[in-house]
Design a protein around this ligand. Structure first.
Ligand code: HEC
Length: 170
């Protein structure tokens, strides 16, 4: 065998090995991309819609008059916990909301414990006093704001305060 022939054989062997190696890498890379992205076996339409979703622009421009369903993500909200009812007692409400005026007779408010001043008012009946306390009241002496200006109080809290005032002023 000539040296040229020997070189040629060796050369073909190396080239062949390289081709097999390259093919192996090709097959392996196809297998890998299939495993990780599934682009060879997955439905093309599904893949394209997935892709469109990934490269979707953040915003879209609509002209006036055009109507489009919002593509903004809907925010899931968890139900607000029910506020725990913490009703105040009559005296508590009185101290917090009524004392300011009824403690010293500010603005013509009938003073708590002043039986003479309260007698005529109590004579109107509890229901009317409660109504006046809830809705506000103004006669000769001054102006009583609805719920004493504390609209955050519940009706029953104001009621309890009126009961307290009546009890203390008889
Ligand atoms: C800003 C001052 C003010 C506050 C605060 C206030 N009052 Fe009065 N209240 C008055 C005045 C003034 C009157 C007298 C109004 C009149 O007769 O002209 C009055 C009258 C009343 C009367 C008698 C109503 C009637 O028919 O004669 C009741 C009952 C009463 N207030 C309950 C309350 C209660 C309960 C609170 C607290 C939740 C409260 N008030 C807070 C000023 C106030």
């Amino acid at each position: 065998m000539s040296r040229d022939q020997k070189f040629f054989d060796m050369y073909s062997l190396v080239i062949g090995a390289l081709i097999i190696f390259a093919l192996a890498i090709l097959v392996l890379s196809m297998k890998m991309s299939d495993l990780t992205q599934g682009i060879y076996t997955r439905d093309v339409a599904e893949y394209q819609s997935d892709l469109a979703g990934r490269i979707r622009p953040l915003g879209q421009v609509y002209r006036a008059g055009e109507e489009h369903a919002s593509s903004a993500p809907t925010v899931e909200t968890t139900a607000e916990p029910e506020p725990v009812a913490t009703a105040m007692s009559g005296p508590q409400v009185y101290n917090a909301a009524c004392l300011a005026c009824h403690g010293a007779g500010i603005g013509g408010a009938p003073v708590l414990g002043d039986a003479v001043e309260w007698a005529g008012r109590i004579a109107q009946g509890r229901d009317l006093l409660i109504e006046h306390a809830l809705q506000g009241f103004s006669s000769a002496t001054g102006y009583m704001p609805p719920k004493g200006g504390r609209l955050d109080l519940s009706d029953s809290e104001v009621e309890a305060a009126v009961d307290y005032i009546i009890d203390e002023s008889k």
